[in-house]
Write a protein that binds this ligand. Sequence first.
Ligand SMILES: Cc1cc2nc3c(=O)[nH]c(=O)nc-3n(C[C@H](O)[C@H](O)[C@H](O)COP(=O)(O)OP(=O)(O)OC[C@H]3O[C@@H](n4cnc5c(N)ncnc54)[C@H](O)[C@@H]3O)c2cc1C
Length: 332
Amino acid sequence: MSGVRRTPFNQYESIVLPMVEWLKNQGVRFEMNSTVTNLDFKPSENGKTVECLYYLYDEKENEIKINANDYVFVTIGSMVADSSLGSMTTPAILKLKTSSFTWHLWENISKNQPDFGYPSVFDKRINESKWASFTVTFRNPMFFQLMEKFSGNKAGTGGLITFKDSNWLLSVALYHQPYFINQPDNVYVCWGYGLFPDNKGNYVQKKMADCTGEEILTELCSHLQFNKELPLILNTSTCIPCIMPFITSQFLTRKMGDRPQIIPKGSTNLAFIGQFCEIPDDVVFTVDYSVRLAQIAVYSLLKLNKKITPIYKGQYNIKVLFNALKTIFFPL
Ligand SMILES: Cc1cc2nc3c(=O)[nH]c(=O)nc-3n(C[C@H](O)[C@H](O)[C@H](O)COP(=O)(O)OP(=O)(O)OC[C@H]3O[C@@H](n4cnc5c(N)ncnc54)[C@H](O)[C@@H]3O)c2cc1C
């Protein structure tokens, strides 16, 4: 699943860095390694105007006064906040409460401001929003070779593989290799996750959330019946478990008003961005959602007459409908 078109170029070096340079040349100031903690609003009867932004840098409180021609775009909520990592020999430990500045900022500014939504709908239900995920670094081509033979797809051409009978509901994705710049020739990387981390595995009799990297890799290879090759795979690989408490928080049940409008009612200079604002008809989680939301935020607040990228409606695409019917009636 990916909404952004891939190019042969390194996107960070060919897009992000030149854009940052250009913005700096236009006078934009970047405050790095800083966390925004709160906003102050100018009191007025029906308007909402941010007049000051508070942030922490080097553990010291700082503030930025917001001038008449300034605009404030605030990311609220985060799907990766409070993620924790394990190792080949230790499980990742679930954080039961957020210590993330992103959630705290939303909580701080939405107190007594119903138009700013209700973060507690999304950040207080970790049991419903968590996932266990993992990455594997293979220092041997064997796993990729076996997978390509098993699936009939060259890595990077087949999409996610889901093990539908897995108690953890495991999925794994094998991308084009090399995946990273300067990835050595004989190194292969893949990523996977389990949607039910509180269930015991089919082969490893432990909850996925309590498993070490070695145990997760054992369960994965056992589903694939790579039993003979398992010792070599384990000896030449590093599997890192990761628990993400809020990864599906944006999908949680909610009612209208729990997510704020992109430009909250009465706002003169504030817009929200990220994954937790209302865009009617659009689907959360994807990069597309955040990009479209940012477009709406900027074009609306700055009153720019520019076209918002339309939402792709796959449900009306004949080819998609045909493939869906084929999958329903003739699975595999
Ligand atoms: C494992 C995984 C796989 C995914 N796969 C896909 C995929 O295949 N396709 C797809 O479309 N999407 C995918 N996504 C989702 C995609 O990564 C997100 O939708 C996207 O990154 C959200 O972008 P964003 O700019 O809204 O938020 P973020 O990427 O979270 O960026 C927000 C930034 O703002 C900073 N920030 C927030 N609050 C504050 C604050 N108070 N002070 C200072 N800085 C702050 C954060 O540190 C962060 O750098 C995946 C996500 C994960 C975790």
